[in-house]
Design a protein around this ligand. Structure first.
Ligand code: DX5
Ligand code: ZN
Length: 233
């Protein structure tokens, strides 16, 4: 792991809130400056959405871009794989600089094998789950992961509206984690802004991904603080 800030994230500081900015909404031709903007705005992590056009209906960016992002920043790189066979690419994404890798339980890879492959690289492992998949599907993997990523929109595109029904899933997985006495972060991704952040935090999420809201804000630091610190409505 090359990112020093990665050490600050996770187990030792349970339920501390983190903001992870999705660069899917960044100006790609200005990516270096956009990363500087994240750093100076006190954003905790950089969320890197990888889509293969098969697992989801969109294609984004991959390994060569991650490598350049890694060279440009010490931020914690939170890689979200929306690809059909994540196991095949885990070593590469880890070698190219990921600090956290999330992959989908609905993918074709064996879930436990993928978790083990991520952990074997010495980085944090997370299982992601689509809105329509029952949250109980991730319970058996809780003892092995650092984080669960609950999708709060259908994966594939930034700028969608938060799906309120996903709150029950956040609440249920947080309760299960507490019940099992585990120290697992719960990340939410999709439609997170100053209006929705309070509710997801109240339900038990502590890592908040945000793309269009943060990059569209005139004052990114104020926007990030609003979702990290703001109280439930
Ligand atoms: C959607 C991606 C999200 C997305 C979030 O499939 O996984 O990370 O970029 O964007 P907003 O915050 O605009 O919903
Ligand atoms: Zn994402």
């Amino acid at each position: 792991m090359t990112a020093s800030k990665a050490k600050e994230f996770g187990r030792s500081d349970k339920l501390k809130n983190y903001v992870s900015a999705s660069v899917l909404s960044a100006d790609m031709l200005e990516l270096k400056n956009e990363i500087k903007r994240l750093e100076t705005s006190g954003i905790d992590m950089l969320h890197f959405d990888v889509m293969d056009g098969i697992f989801v209906d969109n294609i984004t960016f991959g390994l060569p871009v991650l490598k350049q992002v890694r060279a440009a920043t010490d931020m914690t790189l939170d890689v979200h794989l929306m690809i059909t066979d994540p196991l095949r690419y885990i070593d590469c994404f880890a070698d190219f600089g990921a600090d956290i890798i999330s992959f989908h339980i609905e993918s074709e890879s064996d879930t436990l094998a993928a978790i083990k492959a991520i952990k074997a690289k010495g980085i944090k492992a997370a299982v992601a789950i689509r809105p329509a998949t029952p949250i109980g599907a991730v319970y058996e993997f809780l003892p092995y992961v650092d984080m669960i990523l609950v999708m709060t929109v259908e994966p594939g595109f930034g700028g969608q509206s938060f799906i309120p029904e996903t709150l029950d899933k956040v609440r249920a997985v947080r309760e299960k984690i507490t019940q099992l006495g585990l120290d697992v972060d719960v990340e939410v991704d999709g439609g997170i802004n100053s209006d929705t952040a309070g509710a997801v935090k109240a339900a038990g999420a502590n890592v908040l991904v945000s793309g269009s809201y943060l990059f569209g804000a005139e004052d990114m630091k104020a926007a990030a603080d609003a979702i990290r610190e703001g109280e439930p409505c």
